[in-house]
Design a protein around this ligand. Structure first.
Ligand code: FPP
Length: 250
């Protein structure tokens, strides 16, 4: 493996004195259900507030000079939830894309989708493809939304593709390197993942970005996702700045 890890310190400078800003931040947005339960509200109310936290976080990430923000919105395992909750989440996503697309475009956000999202409802797939196309030339912040995403599924899809390419003589298995492998992952073209945050106190990766998180700093916060705001993001970046990253060296 090549040791060429771009340093986060060389990333875009922070607006203030918060230290080195990670180029690529990913978030496991957990705790919507518990946020709602604590208020005796239906779970969908937690997801709705979760979308407010998404809006705040995107704005803050752009302001802070983060280049890419990847959000885990629906995992390939979330299909195990009750049909009504899945329908609520898909409805919220539809509404979010419809109502937010102009604002995202105005804020210079380039939308990407990672995961096997083509298995979602056809109208939603069309809407997402259209949003990705409409924002393709924006450069301020790349927002990658993970939909029907599972890291093991992403790795398997990449492996299947490589095997097909090898069978066709397009790839030589003996010279395949990490860059060629990464080029077949959903995250192709995004900066190397620097920081992965999970809210709500759980300390697991839950099948999120398993390849990409190899040298990412991990931060777990007790804050429930609907309560997450700019201050929590700034605090996570400050903690990130205090970590010593050695990438296996000394
Ligand atoms: C985890 O909370 C959250 C989810 C499974 C969904 C996250 C989705 C959103 C915030 C809204 C859609 C996103 C975008 C980008 C528009 P949980 O329900 O597992 O909470 P719990 O563990 O407390 O039950």
């Amino acid at each position: 493996m090549k040791p060429a890890f771009p340093s986060a310190a060389s990333a875009a400078p922070a607006g203030g004195s918060i230290g080195p800003v990670p180029r690529h931040v990913a978030i496991i947005m957990d705790g919507n259900g518990r946020w709602a339960k604590a208020r005796r509200l239906p779970r969908v109310a937690g997801h709705r507030q979760g979308i407010e936290a998404v809006r705040r976080t995107i704005r803050a990430a752009g302001d802070l000079g983060i280049e890419a923000l990847t959000l885990y919105a629906f995992s390939s395992e979330n299909w195990r939830r009750p049909a009504a909750e899945i329908a609520d989440l898909m409805g919220l996503l539809r509404h979010y894309i419809k109502s937010e697309l102009n604002e995202l475009a105005r804020e210079g956000v380039r939308l990407r989708i990672i995961g096997d999202y083509r298995k979602l409802e056809p109208d939603l797939v069309r809407m997402l493809d259209d949003a990705v196309e409409r924002t393709a030339n924006n450069t301020r912040l790349t927002l990658a939304i993970a939909l029907n995403y599972g890291a093991q599924d992403e790795l398997l899809r990449a492996a299947r593709r490589l095997m097909r390419e090898a069978r066709a003589g397009e790839v030589d298995p003996d010279t395949l390197d990490d860059a060629a492998f990464e080029a077949r992952l959903d995250t192709v073209g995004l900066p190397r993942l620097d920081l992965l945050i999970r809210t709500s106190g759980e300390q697991r990766l839950s099948n999120f970005l398993l390849w990409q998180a190899a040298y990412a700093e991990l931060i777990f916060t007790d804050t429930l996702w609907p309560d997450f705001d700019r201050e929590h993001l700034v605090a996570a970046i400050e903690t990130f700045g205090q970590r010593e990253r050695r990438y296996g060296g000394l």
